[in-house]
Design a protein around this ligand. Structure first.
Ligand SMILES: [Zn+2]
Length: 190
């Protein structure tokens, strides 16, 4: 198992649709093991394969939930059904989202309170569960990564403008930028 560098906004693999996994083989197991290790080292609650530079439809997560879903897991080739998203402005208190690929910043974003996730586990057995609250947010965030979408692509105009300014100031938006969990300072101060 290896901790991998985390890709930053601008890396092309983060901005295109990831490919379906076609074989539940040793290679896939190795990728998943690296994803867990990298997620843990980065103190993340989720990690999608493009965040370690791999354009495949896989994400891992680690989050306690009220949905009777194991608090740590992997979903391969996920499909998601997303509940209604409120048109109200997002709360700056409890609807603030962050991403390991947009390190050190966070912005408020409305998400659906409910999703249904279907897909496969590491061995290729079917998964089908519902998620609510923050766990639903996590599922929406990680699923988006596999369609080449970052949460900053979903912000309302006000926060989108702020996010673009931050990215520009930090020199993001170009290829080959990464940070190394466990080596570089934790961007979210965990
Ligand atoms: Zn993310």
């Amino acid at each position: 198992m290896t901790i991998r560098p985390v890709t930053i906004l601008g890396e092309p693999v983060l901005h295109r649709r990831a490919d379906e996994v076609t074989a539940f083989d040793a290679e896939l197991q190795a990728i998943i093991a690296d994803m867990y290790e990298t997620m843990d080292a980065a103190n993340g609650v989720g990690l999608a394969a493009p965040q370690i530079g791999i354009g495949l439809r896989i994400f891992t997560y680690k989050m306690e939930n009220d949905d009777d879903v194991p608090e740590r897991g992997v979903v391969v080739n996920p499909m998601i059904t997303v509940g209604k998203i409120s048109g109200n402005p997002p709360s700056t208190d409890d609807e603030v989202e962050g991403c390991l690929s947009v390190p050190g910043v966070d912005f408020p974003l409305k998400r659906a309170e409910w999703v249904r996730v279907r897909g496969f586990d590491a061995e290729g057995s079917p998964l089908d569960f519902e998620a609510t609250g923050w766990f639903a947010r996590c599922m929406q965030h990680e699923y988006d990564h596999l369609d080449g979408k970052l949460y900053v692509d979903r912000l309302n105009p006000r926060y989108s403008k702020k996010a673009k300014r931050v990215a520009k100031n930090l020199g993001w938006g170009v290829p080959n930028l990464t940070w190394m969990p466990g080596v570089d300072p934790d961007p979210f101060g965990h």
